[in-house]
Every structure is written in C-alpha cells, then in structure tokens.
Write a protein that binds this ligand. Structure first.
Ligand SMILES: [Zn+2]
Length: 433
C-alpha cells in the first residue's frame, strides 16, 4: 500500500505540474478579471491584462489579496457567479470584526473532498477505517472538510461533532474507532479524560490521527503519539482556500506536501513582500488554481513557514513540501522588544515528560514593564518541592530560547480552563484596564 489516493496526480513530474499550473493560473486570472469587480479594478490599476500572464514568473505582476480585502467585500462581492450557483457557505470564526465568508459551487466541494481524501489517505486512512470526527459541525470549515474527504476515501464516518469529551471516549470504544481527526490540543485533553475514566488511550483501537487548525510543534506531536500510541499527521489549510486540505505531512514526517495542481504557493518577506529564497522563512502566499466560485490571487495567509527544494520525496510524491507552520504572523507577540512565537515556548514545555496537556502564556504590564507568565499543567498532581523544581527548570529552559525570563507556574492536571475547542495560548492583558 502506498498511501496515495490519486497516484497519477500525486507523483506527476515537476515539469507537468508546472505546465498544469500555468494553464490554470491563466484561466483563474481571466475568470476573476471578467467576473469580480474588485480584481478587475486591481488589475487595471496595475496595468495588467489577463493575457500578460505568459509564464509562472508573471505571477509577480498580480496584486496581493489580504484578509481586509475579503472583509471589505464580505459576504458575497468576491464571487464569480450568481448566488444561486452555490450550494454551501462557510465562514472563519471571526473573533475580531467581520467573519470571512467563503461560498462553494458543487465543483468546489468536489475539489475540497479530493484534496482532503489525499491528505487523509496520506495519513493512513482507508475504506476499512472507522473515522471519528470530533470537530464542531457549523459554519467552521473543519468538520465538513474531514467528513467529505473521509467519505470519498470510503471510510465509515462517525460525525460526533463538538465536545462532550466523555461521550467521545465512550463512542471510540463502542464503535471501535480506528482513525481520529481534530485539533491537537483537544486530542491531548481527550487522552487525559480517558485516563480519568480508567481507560488507557493506548488500549483503544486507534492507529492514526490527522490534526490541524492550530500551531503544531514536533514535541506536541510526539506527546500525542506516546499518549495514544498512534501515528500522528499534521494538516494545513485555511477557510479562504477551501478549509483544511491544502497540505499534509507524509510518512517521512519532514514537511507537508502542498497540492500544487490546486494551489500555487509563494513565500514572501512579510514586510517588503519580495519573494524569499527556497528554505528561507517568510509568509505563505497562495493562489487558488481550480476554485470556481471564489478564486483568490496571491492571498496573504499571514502564516510563517518555508518551502523545501522541490524534488521527489522518498514517499514518491512530487508536490512541493513546506515546513510546519511556525505561527501566524498575527500570533507573534512582542515582549520587551523581543519577537516571540508561542511555538517556541511549546517546544520547551512538551519535551518535558512531567508536563501535562495544556499551557498558556499571560502577558501583563507591571510598573511600565512587560511581564510574561507561563502557566502549564503537570501530568499528575505534584508535591510542593517537585513542583518548585519543575518551575525553575522550565523557567531556565524557556529563558535560554527566548532570552527573557518568564515566571513559570505549574498547575495540577486540568488546572487551566478549556475554552472552546482550540487552546487559547496567549492571554495579553497589557491593553486592558
Ligand atoms: Zn513525502
């Protein structure tokens, strides 16, 4: 078994991929120029006509699209077709401001199912699996993307939806779940819940999991693998592209293959917007190549990553790989003039076997000075002396990475409240009174 859903496409030669990309890029530019006033105006301002796109390099002539552009045109002004041609709508959570709305034609749903099926198959899903989907079904894209993809593979989907952790564990046992999806921090939480119920996660029938929707360090992955005894894969995507399904890591676990027949990726310096070199970090910028209903040109994802040199992977796939997303450039926080990504702190915490499943950072301002407090749960209840030693150890290790001394507070298991499904890693209290 080679873990491929669409071998012909997944192993297509680089030359053929580029040919296909150019053809589809040109179609996309024509499509938006003719149907979306926003793009027509932007292209006219730059003096670019669709026929000016003659090579893939010409993508540099095209305008960027930002989250704000989508907000300004929400909910339906970025669409290429009359609303009656669409069959589904999703929106980003929109914790601040207007949510971003995306509409799908039947063909868009088909493409989304296909890329998700490739990601799931790459992670070990087959039609023999019982697939549990503990993600909220709603306007959020996550649950539906996994649902459609798993059905396309032919697995038996158990749409458990959001929350109710004890019920999730009971159903895993009852139906003999073999494959699970969701958010990495939630699966760690579920493992803790299983143990509280007297069930060792390792004893359940699961063999693999595919998780996404938040920053995902190697150390967190390892922790899930150990707790659940499963093979863990990382999926990347965003509502603006389709939802999850843009890329996933193969069994080499060294970068995520991005489906280049549907997405054209660039990496740019987030300040100058100039392209960076291969293997150099920057912001992922993605152009949709097959979106019918709401194509996007050079969409600035705000996600920081880097591309690996495109060559045939040991798994046989030819599609380019990118590093796991280091963080949203929006997630970067500046404390006393130092740039810090939550992922840097998580890397330190998750390496320690005494650390439990949840953590967060709290930033305050005291007497004009920024203070960073890292709260972290321990694996089990600790005596006072062990707790102090662990706090000191973690403080020193974090300091060596971020060159700033935090306060570290170790809390008992479940000492940090779980709000919603995604972990809230950063609580910034500096601008609240
Ligand atoms: Zn590979």
């Amino acid at each position: 078994m080679d873990n491929m859903f669409n071998k012909k496409i997944e192993t297509m030669s680089r030359e053929k991929i580029k040919e296909l990309q150019l053809k589809r890029l040109r179609e996309t530019v024509h499509r938006v120029y003719n149907n979306v006033p926003f793009y027509r105006k932007k292209l006219n301002e730059k003096g670019v006509k669709p026929q000016d796109i003659k090579t893939l390099e010409d993508i540099k002539k095209l305008p960027f699209t930002t989250k704000n552009d989508l907000r300004d045109n929400a909910p339906f002004s970025m669409l290429t077709l009359p609303l009656e041609e669409y069959i589904e709508l999703h929106a980003s959570s929109g914790t601040t401001g207007t949510p971003i709305t995306v509409c799908y034609t039947p063909q868009d749903i088909e493409v989304w199912s296909e890329v998700m099926a490739r990601c799931l198959t790459m992670s070990g899903l087959t039609k023999k699996d019982v697939f549990q989907n503990p993600i909220p079904y709603g306007t959020f894209t996550g649950a539906f993307g996994f649902h459609y993809g798993a059905q396309k593979v032919g697995a038996l989907v158990v749409p458990t939806g959001k929350g109710q952790s004890e019920r999730q564990i009971k159903l895993m046992k009852y139906y003999g779940t073999t494959f699970v999806s969701g958010v990495a921090s939630y699966i760690l939480h579920l493992g803790q819940v299983a143990r509280d119920m007297g069930i060792e996660p390792n004893d359940l029938k699961l063999h693999s999991g595919l998780f996404g929707a938040e920053m995902f360090t190697k150390e967190l992955k390892k922790k899930i693998e150990e707790m659940w005894g499963i093979d863990v894969h990382d999926i990347y995507g965003l509502t603006e592209m389709c939802g999850p399904g843009v890329s996933t890591d193969c069994d080499e676990h060294d970068g995520l293959h991005l489906w280049e027949d549907h997405f054209l990726v660039e990496v740019v310096d987030p300040v100058t917007l100039e392209p960076v070199d291969v293997e150099e970090e920057g912001e992922l910028v993605i152009t949709t190549l097959t979106k019918e209903g709401m194509p996007l040109l050079r969409y600035r994802t705000r996600d920081i990553s880097k591309l690996y040199d495109a060559k045939v992977c040991n798994c046989g796939r030819t599609h380019v790989k990118h590093a796991p997303v280091k963080g949203r450039s929006d997630d970067m926080i500046i404390i006393r003039g130092t740039n810090i990504y939550p992922g840097q702190i998580e890397t330190v915490l998750m390496k320690n076997p005494m650390v439990g499943s949840n953590w967060r950072m709290i930033i305050t301002r005291e007497e004009g000075m920024d203070q960073l407090t890292v709260e972290v749960e321990s694996n089990e209840k600790l005596d006072e002396k062990t707790k102090k030693n662990l706090e000191n150890l973690l403080r020193d290790e974090i300091k060596s990475i971020i060159t700033l001394t935090p306060r570290v507070v170790v809390l008992p298991p479940k000492g940090i409240p779980m709000e919603g499904l995604k972990a809230k890693r950063v609580v910034d209290k500096r601008n609240t009174h």
